[in-house]
Design a protein around this ligand. Structure first.
Ligand SMILES: Cc1cc2nc3c(=O)[nH]c(=O)nc-3n(C[C@H](O)[C@H](O)[C@H](O)COP(=O)(O)O)c2cc1C
Length: 382
C-alpha cells in the first residue's frame, strides 16, 4: 500500500481542522453543520461505525482492486463526490477543483443545481462524465430547459432530489445571516479579514454566482429578491405526477436521492428510476430521522435485485466506505469530506482527498483478504 496523498493530512479530520482555520466562520459552519441540534449528523457516522467486518488471514491472496462498475461505466473507486450547493462560497472555484480531481481519478462528480459552476463548464472539465442533480423547478419550461442542458452536456446520470420538501432548520446559518453572495456585515467582514487565502481566492475568481441558474435570474437582484426568486423557482416537494415527465424526458440513467423509506423505494421502482441514493442529506434536513445505514440494511434486503442502491451521509473514511458496501450498497457518496479537503488544501484538496480515501479503502481490502469491493458483503459480521 503506497500513500497517494499529502502525508501531512492522513485523515479527513485533519482536513476538517485545517479547513476550519482557513474558511470564514459563516462558510465553515454552513458546510459543517447539520440541522436543529445536529443529532442525526452525529448519528449517521456513529451508527455506521457499529458495522463490523471479518478478515480471512490464511486464504490465498491474489490482490485487491477498487474498480467498480455502475450503470455500465467502470469507475476507479466505489465512491463519488455528492452534489453540494453554494460551493464557491465555501471555497472559491471549488466545484471546478473537485470536478477536475474526480475526472483525473475516474470517479463521478455530481453537480448541484444550486452550486456556483454551470452544467456546461463542468461538462467541459469532465469531458461529459459529470452527473447532474436536479432541484425540482416549479415551472415546466424551466425544468425542461435544465434537463435539456444536462442532456446536451452529455451527463450520464440525472439525480433527482426528494429530501428537501422544505428548507432545513439550521440555527448557525440563521445566526450568521447566510446569504448568496455573502452579506458583508461588519461581523462577516471581520471573519473574512482573518482568512487571507479565502479572501485572495475570492478576489481572483470573483463573487460566487448560481452559474447554472444565471440565464433564468433577473439581473441585479438584491438579497431579499434573490430569496424570493429561489422560493418561487423551486418546489422541492416531489410526487409521482412531478416525476413522471422527468422520466419520460430523460433518456439516461435516473437516480432518486434522499430515499429513507421502503415506501419511497417502491415508488422509485414503480416510476422507473434506475437507482436510489439512500441519504438524509448528511443530517441537514430531519434531525429526528434515522441514520442512513439503518434504512439501507432494510432496503437492500428487500429490493437489491430490483434497483441499484447507493448510500451517502456520515461517511468519512475508507473503513466507512467498506462498512457501507459490506451492508449492501453498490456505491457510496460523500459531501463534506471533499469540501473539507478543498477548504484545507485549495487546488490540491480534491486530489488529496480522493487519494487518501482510495489508500484507506485499499488497505481495508488487503487486510480483509477481499479481492474486490463487490465481495465486501461476504465479510459482514451479521
Ligand atoms: C454544505 C452542503 C450543501 C449541500 N447541498 C446539496 C445540494 O445542493 N443538493 C443535494 O442534492 N445535496 C446537497 N447536499 C447533500 C449532499 O449531497 C450529501 O447528501 C451529504 O453531504 C452527504 O453527507 P456527508 O456530508 O456526511 O458526506 C449538501 C450537503 C452539504 C454538506
Amino acid at each position: 500500500m503506497k500513500p497517494s496523498f499529502n502525508t501531512k493530512y492522513p485523515s479527513i479530520y485533519d482536513l476538517k481542522a485545517k479547513a476550519k482555520k482557513r474558511m470564514p466562520k459563516f462558510a465553515f459552519e454552513y458546510l459543517d453543520g447539520g440541522c436543529n441540534e445536529d443529532v442525526n449528523l452525529h448519528r449517521n457516522t456513529a451508527e455506521l461505525r457499529e458495522v463490523q467486518l471479518l478478515p480471512n488471514y490464511l486464504r490465498n491472496y491474489e490482490g485487491s482492486n477498487l474498480k467498480t462498475e455502475l450503470f455500465g461505466i467502470e469507475y476507479d473507486a466505489p465512491f463519488g463526490i455528492a452534489p453540494v450547493g453554494l460551493q464557491g462560497l465555501m471555497w472559491p472555484n471549488s466545484p471546478e477543483i473537485l470536478a477536475k480531481a474526480a475526472f483525473n481519478h475516474n470517479i463521478p462528480f455530481c453537480l448541484s443545481t444550486v452550486t456556483t459552476s454551470s452544467i456546461e463548464r463542468i461538462s467541459e472539465i469532465t469531458e461529459g462524465k459529470a452527473w447532474f442533480q436536479l432541484y425540482h423547478p416549479a415551472k415546466t419550461e424551466l425544468r425542461d430547459d435544465i434537463i435539456k442542458r444536462a442532456e446536451a452536456a452529455e451527463c450520464p446520470v440525472l439525480v433527482v432530489l426528494c429530501d428537501v420538501p422544505t428548507f432545513g432548520f439550521r440555527p448557525r446559518d440563521i445566526r450568521n445571516g447566510l446569504a448568496m453572495p455573502p452579506k458583508m456585515t461588519l461581523k462577516n467582514i471581520i471573519q473574512v479579514l482573518g482568512k487571507p487565502a479565502w479572501a485572495l481566492n475570492t478576489l481572483k475568481y470573483g463573487q460566487p454566482n448560481f452559474e447554472t441558474l444565471k440565464p433564468y435570474m433577473p439581473k441585479g437582484l438584491d438579497l431579499k429578491q434573490l430569496g424570493k426568486f429561489m422560493d418561487e423557482t423551486f418546489s422541492g416537494r416531489l410526487n409521482e405526477e412531478r416525476i413522471k415527465p422527468i422520466r419520460d424526458m430523460w433518456k439516461g440513467k435516473l437516480v432518486l436521492k434522499g430515499v429513507a423509506s421502503m415506501e419511497d423505494t417502491e415508488a422509485a421502482i414503480r416510476l422507473g428510476f434506475d437507482g436510489i441514493i439512500v441519504s438524509n442529506h448528511g443530517g441537514r434536513q430531519l434531525d429526528a430521522g434515522e441514520s442512513t445505514i439503518k434504512p439501507l440494511e432494510r432496503i437492500v434486503e428487500k429490493y437489491s435485485d430490483q434497483i441499484t442502491i447507493m448510500m451517502d451521509s456520515g461517511i468519512r473514511t475508507g473503513p466507512d466506505i467498506a462498512r457501507t458496501m459490506a451492508s449492501g450498497a453498490k456505491f457510496t457518496f460523500m459531501g463534506r469530506s471533499f469540501m473539507y479537503g478543498v477548504g484545507a488544501l485549495g487546488k490540491q484538496g480534491g486530489d488529496h482527498t480522493i487519494g487518501l480515501l482510495k489508500t484507506e479503502l485499499q488497505q481495508i481490502l488487503e487486510q480483509l483478504c477481499c479481492k474486490q469491493v463487490s465481495d465486501l458483503p461476504k465479510h459482514l459480521i451479521k
